[in-house]
Design a protein around this ligand. Structure first.
Ligand SMILES: Nc1ncnc2c1ncn2[C@@H]1O[C@H](COP(=O)(O)OP(=O)(O)O)[C@@H](O)[C@H]1O
Ligand SMILES: [Mg+2]
Length: 273
């Protein structure tokens, strides 16, 4: 086994849909790779894959092609720019909204084995708490939960954290508050979730950062260009760049313990008991 690779795998999660996961995954990937860190972005939202739409690309192949024995990772990777690669998902295929455990194991085993020397792999996941989302969160090292100041986003975010703690014994969560009107609203949103997690789940969630509401995010979506390219000096992008720096620092701290990108133990153990 090749343990030279020091890849930090990151999952982008949320209880509720429409909170900004895909835009955050995309622009974090751009921001991190721009800091000289080779990054791979994978669309794992099996129900509503839309990174390709935000990028304005029409992929010919997607992640499920990895299930074919003769397909190599290089066959499905799209290079977005130097140091930034992308693997699209299949979309709009209702029976594939979830992958069973065997399918997940085959895909992520192959990714573990053939992966290049990325510093970061970012998974954009679907919203909610289906088994695929929970498994894919479990196999990543760094879990980011996105919430917004909307009460439903908070309760759904809490529900997701609760299920991951109870079913998968995960306790380390990093929170991004997106679409806050100001810093005060963002901080108080985080505090509410923090208090609930402390009181009812006995876990300490960590504040990763906040992203202010910024119409440039919508404009970038409409133009199908990543915000990172569309409006370099925008508020939301500046917030995302700060978060990118924090994530880089986290990788430095855990560097000695990083081995393969995905820890498949959870899925494998589950099926042995
Ligand atoms: N910081 C922000 N400011 C303003 N609008 C935002 C922001 N983040 C996301 N949005 C809006 O929310 C919509 C949904 O975002 P998306 O990334 O697709 O969410 P998700 O992947 O969680 O479903 C985007 O199309 C965009 O219009
Ligand atoms: Mg999305």
């Amino acid at each position: 086994m090749d343990y030279k690779r020091k890849t930090l795998s990151i999952s982008i999660l949320s209880g509720k849909g429409g909170v900004g996961k895909t835009n955050i995954a995309l622009n974090l990937a751009y921001a991190i790779s721009a800091l000289n860190s080779p990054t791979l972005l994978i669309d794992c939202d099996l129900g509503l894959a839309n990174l390709d739409v935000l990028l304005g690309v029409t992929p010919q192949k997607n992640i499920e092609y990895l299930l074919k024995p003769d397909t190599k990772i290089d066959d499905i990777i799209i290079q977005l720019k130097k140091g930034l690669d992308f693997i699209p998902a299949a979309s709009g295929v209702p029976e594939l909204v979830e992958w069973d455990d065997d399918l997940q194991t085959s895909i992520f085993k192959k990714l573990n084995q053939e992966m290049k020397d990325y510093h970061f792999i970012i998974l954009d996941l679907g919203a909610g708490i289906n088994a695929t989302v929970l498994n894919l969160a479990s196999i990543t090292r760094f879990k980011i939960v996105i919430i917004t100041p909307e009460p439903t986003s908070l309760t759904d975010g809490y529900a997701l954290i609760k299920v991951l703690k109870k079913q998968h014994n995960i306790k380390d969560f990093f929170i991004i508050v997106n679409m806050a009107k100001n810093i005060k609203e963002g901080k108080s949103t985080f505090k509410k979730l923090q208090l609930a997690c402390e009181k009812f789940l006995s876990i300490q969630i960590k504040f990763l950062g906040l992203i202010l509401e910024d119409k440039n995010v919508q404009l970038a979506v409409i133009n199908q260009v990543p915000l990172f390219e569309f409006k370099k000096d925008s508020q939301a992008l500046n917030n995302i760049k700060e978060i990118a720096l924090k994530i880089m620092k986290f990788r430095e701290i855990v560097l000695p313990e990083l081995t393969l990108p995905f820890n498949l133990d959870f899925i494998l153990k589950k099926n042995n008991t």
